[in-house]
Design a protein around this ligand. Sequence first.
Ligand code: GTP
Length: 521
Amino acid sequence: MTGTYGPYSIYVLGCEGVGKTAIVVRYLTKRFLPEYCHADNTVYERLVVVDDKPVQLKIHNPTGKGMRSKLQEKSTFTKTDGFIVAYDITNRASFEGAMDILDIIKRETKSDRSKERAPPTILVGTKTDLNHLRKVSSAEAHRCCWSYVCCTFQECSAASWSSEVEQIFLSLIRKMMEKNIGTPKRRRKISAGAMMNSGMRPTLPQVENLRKDTIQRRFSSLIAPILRDRTSSMSDDKVEDATQMSHKSISCFHSESVNWKSCRFTTVFWVGFAGVTVSSGIINKMGLGGCYSCIKYLMFAFNFLFWLVGCAILGVAIWVRVDPDFKKYVEGNFEQLYTGAYILMGIGVLIMIIGFLGCCGAIKESQCMLATFFVLLFLIFAILVAAGVYALVQQDDLKSEVNKVLQGRVADYHQNEGSKTFMDNIQVNFKCCGASAGSGDYLLTGVKDLFGGNKVGGIPETCGDIVQQVKPCTQQMFDFLKEHVIIIAGVAIGIGVVMVLGMTFSCLLCCVIRRAESHTV
Ligand SMILES: Nc1nc2c(ncn2[C@@H]2O[C@H](COP(=O)(O)OP(=O)(O)OP(=O)(O)O)[C@@H](O)[C@H]2O)c(=O)[nH]1
């Protein structure tokens, strides 16, 4: 490090509430506080290192209130080396305000300096974590920025990424250094001692005060309702104790030199409190930020898959209904399969509709679509749970129904080719015979002979050997289900979890959208 560059004077300008303080504090402390209280025209002085060179900065952060009149002061432009002009991407008026400020900078700096000496300016779109509420596109801001001398454009979120904010300051500082403002004429080597004497401290008293102020204000507003709530059932002297303790703890922060030892217990308490309140505040103010986008795209991907599954089910159902080979097997024998195909078509279409609502609802951030998605998913979930419970409770009824169907097919086995194919398939696949009495079921079947007697049709070959012949198909089929109950339960739980996740995400997304909308109004 050869010497210190600067001091460079940077003005951070923009309308009220666009997040000027947030980006300055983010750059200087790498932190984001959801609320800031600061005096007008706060100046932060800091020594930073850029590309191995020490650079002294003076960052001016006037409040957005009455920005126009502040810009009438000529000194703002003559003594400034670089500008950051901020607007809130979710607030169009703040963008127009930023354009006005750029106009004023353009006008004022042209009269003071040559074009080449115009101070580097960065137009910054803030709060990109609220992208879903964006009112100013990056392309438009880029276009507008081009018409100003030495103006570049960047976007950032002080709430989410400190690196974006750092990049903004770094590029501005580099530009100021490139322009040689402050070097070598204004460059001076500043020793640590000289720095202390001149009042330029590497620490940040303003930021410390700001943080202390913010914490105090937040604590005061927090403690009031809590104390009110906690003390409502206390005796008078206990109320007095509690009030004194809270005052004592707050006064720890008020005192000029904080005596951490004497405030040990209360400090621990408040630090915990601060953690909870600051993090909940961040979540509230950020509209969930990156997490929100993550849920949004997860929701989209999940529902796109859901939609594809719906398409596949519909496709299979249509194929079952129209395929000529399948028709040969089904017609006259197992017409119920067609009913099944129609049911599958309905399920496929329903899944496609739900997937479509979920996809569009997530991408378009439509509360209406997301709510419909939630209601439909909830209905299906309820129906499936009810059907599952019914199947478990009414197992015996179900068994007798299946048995009836099989007995009908066994009775028809020797007369109807369809019933024969049907039973043969079941008997081969489940290694069983007949419906409820094994091969005995076939002894009662057959066609009447010429003399009117019962002609025994015989036991089908597909009933296999003597061991298989004693296994009735109804029992075998239910045993199969019992053996595979873990897999069936796993699949059912998997489907349930996916549905519950879908419902939770859609609810969460709806809440975030609603909260973010109310946050910007
Ligand atoms: N979601 C989100 N909120 C932000 C961001 N930056 C600032 N805010 C919020 O915007 C509000 C205003 O931020 P400030 O930094 O005080 O804005 P300012 O431009 O300094 O305001 P003035 O000094 O009044 O002109 C605060 O509630 C911040 O929490 C951001 O990147 N994302």
